[in-house]
Ligand binder design. Sequence first.
Ligand code: F3S
Length: 402
Amino acid sequence: MIGMELTKQEQAMLDGKEGYAVCKSMEILVALGEIFGAKSLIKVGSVQVAGVSYQNLGDAGLEFLNELAVDGRVRVLTTLNPAGMDLENWQQLGISPEFAEKQNLVIDAFRRMGILISCTCTPYLIGNLPLYGEHLAWSESSAVTFANSVLGAKTNREGGPSALAAAFVGKTPNYGLHLDENRVPDVHVQVNAELTKLSDWGALGYAIGKKAENKIPYITGIKSVELDDLKSFCASVVTYGTKPLFYMKGVTPGAESQNQPKNTVTIEQSDIKNAYDNINDEVSDIDFVCVGCPHCSIKEIQEIADLINGKKVVEGTELWVATSRTAKQLADKRGYTATIEAAGGKFACDTCMAVAPLKGRFKALATTSAKGCFYSRQSLMKTKMGSMKECVDAAVTGKWNS
Ligand code: F3S
C-alpha cells in the first residue's frame, strides 16, 4: 500500500509491465516519494547523472549499471557528470590501464542506456540548458545550484541512482525544491565585500555557506557578476553549507518577487580573508595545478592560453585544464589547445580533480576553486586557491608566490 498517487501507466511500470529497469526505477522513485511525502510524480525536462567515476562506483556499482542497461533506455535528455579519467587521453594523465578498462565499461553501460556521454559538471554550457520553471532531476551539486539559482529551474540534488531512475521513467517525485513553498529564502545575506577575481567568488561561497548553514540565502549587495563567477560561486556555496538554491538580487529570475528575510547576516572583507585563510594551507611548493572546477568555459580556456603563451610548465609540476570535450573542441579550433599544450599543460576532458584516482599522487594543489580545495584535501593534498594568473604562475614556477 503506497501513499503516493500513481497514474495507470505509472502503476503498470511499477508492476513490471515496461521491463526490469523501469520497474526498479519506479521502486526507487516511489520509495523516495514516500520518505519525503511526495503526493505524485512530475515530468522532468532533463536529467544529469552523477556517480560516473569507477573510483566511486567500484565493481558493485558497475554491476548495478550493467543490470539496468539490459533494457533501461532514457526517456529524456540525459547527460553525465565527470568520469574518473579523460576518455580519450587517459594515458597522458597517468591513469592505469586497469582503471581505464573498468571506467570504459561504466561508460559503455551508460551509452547503452541512451545517455549522452558528455561527462561534465557544466551541462548548461554544452546543450543541456533548462528553461525557467522547468522541473529537472540533476545530481551534481554545483549544477543543481546553478539550475535552481541562476536559471530558475527546479531540481532537488539527486543521488546517482535516483537521477538514473528519473531518466528511465521521465519523472521524479514532487517534493523538496520542486515545490514553491520549499523555495522561500530564509536568511538575508548582505555582501559588503569587494570581489575582484574569480577565486573571490569561491571565498564568498565559503563565507555564505558557513553563515547560512543549510538555509536558502537571499543575497544583496552584488555589484557585478559574470557567468564564470556564478559557476564558481554555485560550486562553493553548496559545498560549504547552504541548500542548493540561493536568490541573488539582480541575477536570479523571480528574486524580486520574494520577500527579503528579516534575519540578516553580512559578509565583510574580513569574511573573505577568513575564507582564504581556511581554504589555503601552509605550503609553497606546488606539484599540481588544476583549473576548471566547475569545468572551464571557453572564456576561461582563452584566459589560460593568454597567460601561459610563450611560457613553460616547470618540471615536477603538472598543469591540468579540466573541461568538457565540447569546450575543448572549441579551444582546438581557436588555437588555445595548441598554446596550452606547447607550454606543457594538459587537457583533462571528461574528468576532474575530485573524481580522478589521484589519492597520494600529488602533494600540493593550486586552483581557482574553493570546491576543488575541499575535495583535494580528501585526496591528501595541501591546497592553495587564487586567481587564474596565480595558478598559471604556480605552474611555470612550481611555487605559490602570494
Ligand atoms: Fe565539477 Fe569536479 Fe568541481 S564535478 S564542480 S570539477 S569537483
